[in-house]
Design a protein around this ligand. Sequence first.
Ligand SMILES: Cc1cc2nc3c(=O)[nH]c(=O)nc-3n(C[C@H](O)[C@H](O)[C@H](O)COP(=O)(O)O)c2cc1C
Length: 407
Amino acid sequence: MTQLHDKLLLPNGVEIKNRFFKAAMSEGMADEYNRPTKKLVRLYETWAESEAGIVVTGNVMVDKRALGEPRNVVVENEKDLDLLKLWAKAGTKNGTQLWMQINHPGKQVFKGIVKEAVAPSQVEFEPKLQRYFPVARELQEKEIIDIIQRFAHTATIAKKAGFTGVQLHGAHGYLISQFLSPRHNKRTDKWGGSLENRMRFLLEIYRKVREQVGESFPIGVKLNSADFMKAGFTEEEALQVIKALDHLGIDLIEISGGSYESPQMTGVNVKKSTKKREAYFLEFATEARKVSTAPLVVTGGFRSLSGMKEAIMEGATSMVGLARPMAVYPYLPKEFLHGKRDSIELEPRKTGIKLVDQTAMLELTWYSNQLERIGKGEATKPGLSPKVALMQSLWKNGLDVFQMRRV
Ligand SMILES: Cc1cc2nc3c(=O)[nH]c(=O)nc-3n(C[C@H](O)[C@H](O)[C@H](O)COP(=O)(O)O)c2cc1C
């Protein structure tokens, strides 16, 4: 029976040293020119000492005109190659696989950060989020082609800099997931309509990236099991997409779910029956196993060693994805592997302000604050007050937006 410390062989022959997968967390640590910083290097050096088999970076943007958050790293040319090399070197210590997560946010960009938001179609956000996100313009076909090429270009630079893989961000309501969702994609050309058309954007990105990086360089994808929105992307459709990606030779599929509009990925709105299995998307992974042979990662909700062991031993997932746990306990895989700990507890972060607590934003803010501490070489602070984290973030983001260099 497979164990957490067992190696994993990807379909392309790359060996992963164990079954722990540090899932992407947007760091917000780039400088005002969206370049990697020393803080980012220190954060990944820390995680490279955690003994996790794969560490995925926070989302790196493929286009400076399309930032998800003010301090995203952007990789659209080679001018920051030396900085990227430092980042890759630190994060690949101890045989750690360091994969760059590459992303285009589409319409999921906070107001004031970009001049113009773009999307497959002009579909507004839920009313409760309209104050945060602008109405996006529909992409023209030539812009879609340009974005596909940008993904491939960013992946090529990541490889050149020494990252050992890339992960396409196809989940959480960003551009790829907007294309997949019939709620957000109302196009009538070859990029919308049938599922075959809606998945074309993702599959074309995969093909172009593969063409550029070659067969032996790992390409993963993070995919929603569903949108959990009315008229959205369904589990049946997600299974079809997984099948298609498997057929094309994807190396690893990470399963998550939701978006800012319905943040299932952080445990909000997750059904009690699903929560029983600790990780939110394990049931779906079991279904995915039946249609695909690609290795799987399930992320969201894992907190106990016994829950992780069980998921690996029963074969529901090939790796266990950990995000928030590794923001508070950065060496967690090592502690689990060496018997120093057998579970952690993380409470939902709430301010008591309904508008703030309804979305995933506070969760993200509180955990970003912990990442910032690791990046500065400080100890994490599990007891940090959510209100204090929120105030600090509002202050920092205000300054960030003010200092941003817009193109
Ligand atoms: C601060 C923060 C930032 C995140 N940024 C990203 C991101 O850039 N890309 C991504 O795919 N998921 C992102 N996530 C979601 C996590 O990867 C993960 O799917 C989610 O937190 C559930 O896993 P967990 O229960 O282990 O935290 C972020 C989560 C947090 C808390």
